[in-house]
Design a protein. Structure first.
Length: 117
């Protein structure tokens, strides 16, 4: 489930709140001049993708994340690894360092991370 850059702008706002938000709250925080209908279109797409849910209270819709920012980032990293490196972390690291050798600090950080997981 991939979201567009525009949808990501909206998701960053939703993720930054502890409670559900309205489209008006999102519009107030956006750094764009999108029309309310544009924001509603993106919110519908995000709802259709299962990233957010909306709850209607009176005439107002409140939007909340179903997928956390951490979970979304993890899913995207997994898809990237599968698509470009056949799911191999070794292949990814080889591509990341390409023609340069990882520093001792890089190796120590990777070892420490593996010990923690």
């Amino acid at each position: 489930m991939k979201i567009s850059d525009s949808e990501m702008e909206i998701m960053k706002i939703i993720w930054s709140h502890d409670a559900a938000v309205t489209s008006a709250q999102i519009a107030a925080e956006l750094k764009t001049e999108w029309k309310p209908t544009t924001i509603l279109t993106f919110l519908k797409r995000l709802t259709d993708k299962g990233i957010i849910a909306s709850d209607k209270v009176g005439k107002t819709n409140y939007y909340r994340a179903i997928v956390s920012e951490k979970r979304y980032a993890s899913q995207q990293a997994e898809e990237f690894l599968d698509q470009f490196h056949s799911g191999s972390l070794k292949n990814f690291l080889a591509a990341l360092f390409c023609d340069k050798k990882p520093s001792g600090k890089d190796i120590d950080e990777i070892k420490q991370w593996f010990e923690e997981v």
